[in-house]
Design a protein around this ligand. Structure first.
Ligand code: GLU
Length: 449
């Protein structure tokens, strides 16, 4: 196993996030390989860590002032053993092949856990939508799709949103796909409601995180009511996580963006959340404006060079990281523990570093890793695909109750797999093992392809 990791590292030495994601899974599945010698003979680890296909392409686009720009586009089609590739697109200046590969790798396990027939993929670009006009974003999306369209399809690969890609971008991408293919299909998820989107898809990731956290709390006979929660981020996941926490009687005291965070001791209520949604989704403003509007709230700018994030250094019961990868490091984890946090449930993908995770596991925290806890988003994407295929739209309650059911089932599956391999209560081991076994068995059933 060490040799496999070494080979992956020496082949692509700069893909740190991918190495990190692979190492975590390898550690978890070691006992599975020990019990199943044929997995080694069949080189399942080597096969599952090598993408089935990687597409990289030039994305030229013109700014409003006539200046031409060039960005890099990616789609990593990681694994199609249990269904068409499925996973979001991320538009963010930090995007590179290593980040897209880590996200695609995580997506394989996450999608496997949802119980739906979806393989794993991920894509995106180093394009930064921040500060761009709607027209610039449209031209970028059209240029991006002018290449991507030949690699995707409703039964091949179904992209969706992620950081920097929401309903606006999905609309522009879909329009271009439809024009190029002359086909109206469910090739993207996260579409707007009136042209093929699903109810509850915008809410799904955040709601799902809270449903998963509630299941974890229930194992200790507890509920969300009265709990104080630290939430990071202020995008789609953070917004609907906050909405569900409020609905269940909990209190969210922090939210953040790339420049800093707000601390609202009284808690974000429904009116403040509505203001935040309008600020972030319509006006595309900064979180600091929240503190200007609501007295009694403090805004804390955060220097990214700092060795910890002060957001994680407040008294609370729960932490729901909903911003981005590696946002909780070893020092942040120590601060969380010191402040009495006993539940960490991840809305973002891989928000905790390996040093942070080790502390959570050692302290026997209720720790829900992203690939299990935030699977509600892609699960409802799967339900959007199902509705598109039937040319039907389910009512809100139907989608929400299916989402709840799926999150419960993921929670149960994780605990079950962890128990089978002697790692009781360890959701990291459980998620990795359960996700892995299902995909690997499907790969073996289908022969050496
Ligand atoms: N980007 C989301 C994730 O990380 C959703 C993907 C999807 O809906 O396909 O799972």
């Amino acid at each position: 196993m060490e040799q496999i990791v070494e080979k992956i590292q020496s082949r692509d030495p700069e893909q740190y996030e991918f190495h990190q994601a692979v190492e975590e899974v390898m550690e978890s599945v070691r006992p599975v390989l020990d019990r199943n010698p044929e997995y080694r003979q069949q080189a399942v680890l080597e096969r599952i860590t090598e993408p089935e296909r990687v597409v990289m392409f030039r994305v030229p686009w013109m700014g409003d002032n006539g200046q031409v720009h060039v960005n890099r586009g990616f789609r990593v089609q990681m694994n199609s053993a249990i269904g068409p590739y499925k996973g979001g697109l991320r538009f963010h200046p930090s995007v590179n092949l290593g980040i897209i590969k880590f996200l695609a790798f995580e997506q394989v396990f996450k999608n496997s856990l949802t119980t739906l027939a979806m393989g794993g993929g991920k894509g995106g670009s180093d394009f930064d939508p921040k500060g761009k006009s709607d027209n610039e974003v449209m031209r970028f999306c059209q240029s991006f799709m002018a290449e991507l369209f030949r690699h995707i399809g409703p039964n091949t690969d179904v992209p969706a949103g992620d950081i920097g890609v929401g309903a606006r971008e999905i609309g522009f991408l879909f329009g271009m796909y439809k024009k190029l293919r002359n086909e109206f299909t469910g090739v993207l998820t996260g579409k707007s409601l009136n042209w093929g989107g699903s109810l509850i898809r915008p809410e799904a990731t955040g709601y799902g995180v809270v449903y998963f956290a509630a299941e974890m709390l229930a194992t200790r006979g507890e509920r969300f009511a009265g709990k104080t929660c630290l939430v990071s981020g202020s995008g789609n996941v953070a917004q609907f996580t906050t909405e569900k926490v409020i609905e269940l009687g909990g209190k969210v005291v922090t939210l953040s963006d790339s420049s800093g965070y707000i601390y609202d001791e009284e808690g974000v209520d429904r009116d403040k959340l509505a203001y935040l949604m309008q600020l972030k989704n319509i006006r595309r403003g900064r979180i600091s404006e929240y503190a200007e509007k609501y007295s009694g709230t403090v805004y804390v700018p955060v220097d990214p060079a700092l060795d910890h994030n002060p957001l994680w250094d407040h008294k609370a019961d729960c932490a729901l990281p909903s911003a981005t990868q590696n946002e909780i490091n070893g020092r942040d984890a120590a601060n969380l523990l010191k402040n009495g946090v006993y539940l960490v449930c991840e809305g973002a993908n891989m928000p905790s570093t390996p040093e942070a995770i080790d502390q959570f596991i050692d302290a026997k925290l209720l720790y829900g890793p992203g690939k299990a806890a935030n699977a509600g988003g892609v699960a409802v994407s799967g339900l959007e695909m199902a509705q598109n295929s039937m040319r039907l739209a389910w009512p809100r309650d139907e989608v929400d109750s299916r989402l709840k059911h799926i999150m419960k089932s993921i929670h149960h599956t994780c605990l079950d797999a962890a128990h089978t391999y002697g790692a009781d209560g360890n959701y990291v081991a459980g998620a990795n093992i359960a996700g892995f076994v299902k995909v690997v068995n499907a790969m073996l059933d289908q022969g050496l392809v």
